[in-house]
Design a protein around this ligand. Structure first.
Ligand code: PLP
Length: 433
């Protein structure tokens, strides 16, 4: 088990994060509870900000907000000087409400609606990342009606086979995202854009997948994309100003995970872009990246109260917790692996192998399969580690279970960032007929 950021075990044998005893946080805010280590979020931002920079190349780090977004997170990201990637009207709305500078917002999505594009264009966001020709036509239409213009990137698919779970692999040839750099569609889109009065194409965006551990995948991506830009220039004369290489940097969740060394990987990516620009004789584009998980995953911990332990006829020991796939669907969705610790018995040795199961009416509602833990009992606090990314943002109200609260902890203080949902919240949109 690895602890990240400010997480420690105190003299009482309790897990502490940001100087706060997790058992106290459970008492104060209830469970389940998402705890965010603010210092670690800020540190991760600085690793990208400083690591993806060079004197002779213009760069930008864009936080992929789908990993974890709310008003407080938008504020932190802005304070840390990163830009923001949003993928829906809801994420854009949150960012704008948080006062995030619109010109630093990038809007993604493979099927944006007219209303979402209109919202983005009216707000004057930095770039829309267009997915396909139909979307270009829609953006054109919105701009014409609202008499505005917009800068865009085209989402392309370099066909890199990154080794990660199939559901989070986004760049294989049959991906639903973007247009393949090997097909004809990109040239048709460039042709289409030549006549556009309202859309200015700045460059290209790609994203090869998520939770990637092979740094070679990122290098191939940079290399393939630079060759693509050169070929495109040769064929069409188009000069690319901006190249966005997406996110996908893997993080440590459990034993066996070996994240890339970001400092080395980011530097090498920039080197490849620079070298290729020189050797292919093309203009050095501004380069962007879009980390999500690697900014927030290790900074999040979810705590639960243990309801009890059950031993099945087959010999499996279950620890039941008061949350589950509603606050963390990743195990059920793609067999994600997590580490956990009994937060009020953090110094105790493990006693047996357990399966941590939630309270939803689904056999698949399991958070962790087969983990060594001390003997857990009713009332203990179980902390599942590295749950910052794609947990809160993917949470649901299945079984009408309210979504947990989110607290930010730092220097011994805990600040509520998102209130716990109430049963009233759950029926707030229901209409009695
Ligand atoms: C377009 C795009 N950019 C960035 C990201 C962030 O990826 P990660 O959280 O793995 O860094 C994603 C996630 O799927 C994405 O689809």
């Amino acid at each position: 088990m690895r602890l990240f950021g400010t997480s420690k075990i105190n003299g009482k044998g309790h897990l502490t994060i940001g100087g706060c005893d997790v058992a106290d946080l459970a008492m104060q805010f209830g469970t389940p509870l998402y705890i965010i280590d603010e210092e670690l979020v800020r540190k991760n931002c600085s690793i990208f900000r400083e690591g993806f920079a060079a004197d002779d190349i213009d760069t930008e780090v864009i936080y992929a907000s789908k990993a974890f977004i709310n008003l407080a997170m938008c504020k932190i990201i802005n304070e840390e000087g990163l830009s923001l990637d949003v993928v829906s009207g809801g994420e854009l709305f949150t960012a704008l409400k948080a006062g995030f500078p619109p010109e630093k917002i990038y809007m993604h999505g493979n099927n944006k609606t007219y209303q979402e594009i209109e919202m983005a264009v009216k707000a004057g966001i930095g770039r829309i990342v267009a997915d396909n020709l139909l979307e270009l036509e829609l953006i054109e239409e919105v701009c014409r009606v609202s008499n505005k213009s917009v800068d865009i990137l085209l989402r392309v698919n370099p066909g890199i086979d990154a080794h990660t779970h199939a559901y989070i692999q986004t760049s294989k040839h049959d991906s639903k995202f973007g247009e393949s750099i090997f097909g004809e569609n990109i040239e048709s889109m460039l042709q289409h854009l030549k006549d556009s009065r309202n859309i200015c194409l700045k460059g290209f965006h790609c994203h090869i997948g998520s939770q990637i551990f092979e740094e070679e995948s990122f290098y191939s991506e940079a290399d393939v994309m630079m060759n693509f830009l050169a070929e495109l220039k040769e064929k069409t004369g188009f000069v690319t100003e901006e190249l966005n290489l997406g996110g996908g940097f893997g993080v440590y969740y459990s034993k066996g995970d070996r994240p890339v060394d970001l400092k080395i990987c980011l530097k090498n990516m920039l080197e490849i872009v620079k070298k290729q620009a020189a050797s292919l004789g093309i203009k050095q584009p501004k380069v962007m990246i879009e980390p999500g998980r690697s900014i927030i995953a290790n900074a999040g911990t979810t705590i639960y109260e243990v309801g009890g332990v059950k031993n099945t006829y087959s010999g499996r020991n279950y620890v039941f917790v008061d949350g589950g796939m509603t606050d963390n669907p990743r195990t059920a969705l793609y067999d994600a692996k997590y580490d956990a610790i009994v937060a009020n018995k953090a110094a105790e040795a493990s006693a047996a192998e357990f399966t941590v199961a939630g309270k939803c009416c689904e056999s698949g509602d399991v958070l962790i399969r087969d983990i060594e833990l001390p003997m857990a009992e009713k009332g203990d606090i179980l902390a599942v580690l590295s749950t910052g990314a794609y947990n809160y943002s993917m949470a649901s109200n299945y079984n009408r279970i309210p979504r947990p609260a989110v607290v930010l902890v730092k220097d011994g203080n805990a600040r509520l960032a998102v209130k716990r949902e109430s049963y009233e919240d759950i029926i707030s949109n229901d209409i009695m007929i």
